[in-house]
Design a protein. Sequence first.
Length: 406
Amino acid sequence: MNHAFLKKLPKTDLHLHLDGSIRLSTLIELARESGVELPSYTEEGLRETVFKDSYRDLNEYLTGFAYTTAVMKTREQLERISYEVAVDNQLEGVRYIEVRFAPQLHASDDMDIIDCIRAVNDGLNRAKEEFNNRSEVIEGLEPPFNYAIISCALRFFTPGFSDWYRRFFEMHSFSDKEIVFALASLELEEAVAIARWEEDLPAVGIDLAGAEAGWPALNHLEAFTKAKGHFLRKTVHAGEAYGPESIYQAITDLYAERIGHGLTLLNPASVKSRYISDPVKYVNALASYIADRRITVEVCLTSNQQTNPAFRDLANHPFGKMMDKKLSVTICTDNRTISNTTVTKELHKAVNTFDLTRYDIKNILVYGFKRSFFPGRYDEKRQYVRQCMEYFEKIEKEYFKEGNAE
């Protein structure tokens, strides 16, 4: 399958970090305006020094976020970056995105958590309205563009993460750190619930991000239990840098409906607990449990290659085994700028490495639409998914009839 065919297909990106997907030209412009020092003020220079094609490890990968978050401090900055992320996705055929970010990293005296969500929504909605006012969409020849917003709670943080976190620590200076982490997640969840149900923003759910080792999901049980009660959707970064027990905890304690990365899901050697006597049986049972409940794994191939040396050779990535076991998987970018990738590039990698068929691609794309946290009613979602997959079939017939794809 050639790149042009994959680019034309209607796609989703359900694991898309806003602060990892800013245009480099915008980063440079906003840095100059804000007095933020960068190691280079050219896109080529930033690609050489910070936003590389490959990284030594996760720590080097994460250095770029210090620069991106530094220019995401005002409503105008958040709105602009969100607008451009949506446009960039539209230009490569992506019709539905779920932008995730931690509003706590951007909140200040002038902008609270809900203000941050409003600003991101304003940018995304502007891009949506522009796209959906095109004649092809109005006439029903192409499916419209849609989006939702996911807010990230953090497994742990320090006062240096942001002004909001600094103030939060100051207000809870006598509390145990893990209690402070739990309280911060509760505060975020309550703000998201207000944004969703009182302000009718497409703030559909929450995520849990951050280092897994030493920072268990159980600390955030109350926040995710409240999210369930508020009918918010739930996804959790799990099994990225810790064993499959982390995935188990995410889906049982935090009610996760999707798993971010899930790299250790099928790896018995990564089991950490000494109480699991048969790691092979454990991971097989966990995989069957996830498959049976259609808990979707948000796969980010390039990001995993860049942060984990074991996957430098992409053939070692568990995505192939996930496909063999018929798991619900969807291809995502994670961070378009940090990883220098697009959804189309990720699909192209998957096709070339794992010998995917058009049938496989269709399944992956339909999982993306079906397992999305679509902000509308269920009947509206079903209609939208049908519209997008009918467009898939239309593109497929056009390309293969004309011999443009292999």
